[in-house]
Design a protein around this ligand. Structure first.
Ligand code: UDP
Ligand code: MG
Length: 315
C-alpha cells in the first residue's frame, strides 16, 4: 500500500555545484526507510555556476524533485520561504545543501513529529571545522538576543528542522521582508523540541557567509525582534542628562566656595566627543528601525519565481 502522508524536503541552493550530487545521494539514502511519500523542493537562489543545470539533470532521474528557480539571488531566508510556500507536505523539512547537518536525523525528526511536536529542530552539540572566534561571537550573540528579546531563540540551532503542516501554514502567514528565520520559527509558537547532533564541516565549496554578513545578520536579528535598543538610547540619554546636571551643580558650588576659575579644555573636549558619539549611536539605532519600516512599508513581494521545473504533470 502506498503511504498517504507526504514529506517535503526543502533545500536552498546558491552556487553549490560541487555538493549537489552528493547532497541528493545522502538525502535519498536518508529517506529510504521513511514510510511517507517524498517531494524534494530545490530552490535555486540565483546561482551563477552550474547549479541549475545539475539540478535539472537530477530531476530527470528522480521525479520526486521539483525545482524553483528564483529570478535572482534573494538570500537564504527568502529562498527557504519560497520553498515553504510551495511545499505541500504534511511535514516539511528544511536543510542546507552543504550537508553540514546530517539528513539521517530526518528519521528521528519524523518520530518526534508523530509524538505530537509541531517543530522539531536540530541542536548542535559541537561545531567541527569552525574557529574559536566564530563560536565565541555566535555564543555572545545568542546570550544578548535572548536577554533582550521576549522570544527564546535557542542557541546552536540552525535552520535545519522539521515543521508540521500547521506550523508551516502559520509561518507562511508571516510576510516580513526582513526575515530573521530563527526568530520567526520560535515566534510562531506550537510545541517544539530539539534533537541533538554534532555538526560536520562544510563538504566542499565556500561558506557564503563572512563577518560583514554576520554583523548585518546580528543587527537585523536584534532590531526585528526587540525594541530594547531604542529603550537603551532613552535610558542613556536620561542618565547622561542627570549626570550633566549633577556635574553642573558640583562646579557651581565649587566656584562659589573656592572661587576658582574653571580650566580644563581636555575635560571639555572629551565630554563633547563622548556625547556626540552617544548621539550618533542613538541616531543610528533609530535609523535601523526606520529602515525596517521603510522596507516593510513598500509592501514588495518577497521574491519572484523565474520558472518551476518538474517532470510530473501538475494535477
Ligand atoms: N544559500 C542560499 N542563498 C544565499 C546564501 C546561501 O540559498 O544567498 C544556501 C546555501 O546554498 C546553503 C545554505 O543556504 O544551502 C547555507 O549556506 P552556507 O552553508 O553558506 O551558510 P552557513 O552554513 O555558513 O550558515
Ligand atoms: Mg553551511
Amino acid at each position: 500500500m502506498k503511504p498517504t502522508e507526504l514529506l517535503s524536503i526543502i533545500i536552498p541552493f546558491h552556487n553549490e555545484q560541487e555538493v549537489i550530487k552528493e547532497c541528493q545521494q545522502r538525502i535519498s539514502e536518508a529517506v529510504k526507510t521513511i514510510d511517507m511519500q517524498v517531494e524534494m523542493l530545490y530552490v535555486n537562489d540565483g546561482s551563477k555556476d552550474k547549479t541549475l543545470a545539475i539540478l535539472i539533470e537530477l530531476m530527470q532521474q528522480d521525479e520526486r524533485i521539483k525545482i524553483i528557480d528564483l529570478s535572482r539571488n534573494f538570500g537564504k531566508e527568502i529562498a527557504m520561504t519560497a520553498g515553504l510556500d510551495e511545499a505541500k507536505g504534511d511535514a516539511v523539512v528544511v536543510i542546507d545543501a552543504d550537508l553540514q547537518d546530517p539528513p539521517e536525523l530526518i528519521v528521528e525528526m519524523i518520530k518526534a513529529w508523530h509524538e505530537g511536536f509541531d517543530v522539531v529542530y536540530a541542536k548542535r552539540i559541537e561545531r567541527k571545522g569552525e574557529n574559536f572566534f566564530k563560536k565565541f561571537t555566535a555564543h555572545l550573540f545568542y546570550k544578548l538576543i535572548n536577554k533582550i528579546s521576549d522570544h527564546e531563540i535557542p542557541e546552536n540551532v540552525g535552520d535545519f528542522r522539521l515543521m508540521s503542516r500547521q506550523a508551516v501554514d502559520a509561518l507562511n502567514q508571516v510576510r516580513e521582508r526582513k526575515r530573521f528565520m530563527k526568530g520567526l520559527f520560535s515566534w510562531i509558537g506550537f510545541p517544539q523540541t530539539a534533537i541533538e547532533y554534532s555538526r560536520d564541516p562544510r563538504l566542499a565549496g565556500e561558506t557564503n557567509w563572512n563577518y560583514k554578513e554576520l554583523i548585518k545578520f546580528a543587527i537585523e536579528g536584534i532590531s526585528s525582534f526587540t525594541q530594547e535598543p531604542l529603550r537603551l538610547a532613552t535610558y542613556a540619554g536620561f542618565i547622561t542628562a542627570l549626570g550633566a546636571f549633577g556635574l553642573g551643580l558640583f562646579y557651581i558650588i565649587k566656584t562659589l566656595l573656592f572661587g576658582e576659575a574653571i580650566q580644563g579644555f581636555p575635560t571639555l573636549i572629551t565630554v563633547i566627543l563622548f556625547f556626540s558619539g552617544v548621539q550618533l549611536l542613538s541616531i543610528g539605532i533609530l535609523g535601523e528601525y526606520i529602515g525596517h519600516m521603510f522596507i516593510e512599508s513598500k509592501q514588495r513581494p518577497l521574491y519572484f519565481i523565474k520558472k518551476t521545473y518538474t517532470v510530473k504533470l501538475d494535477d
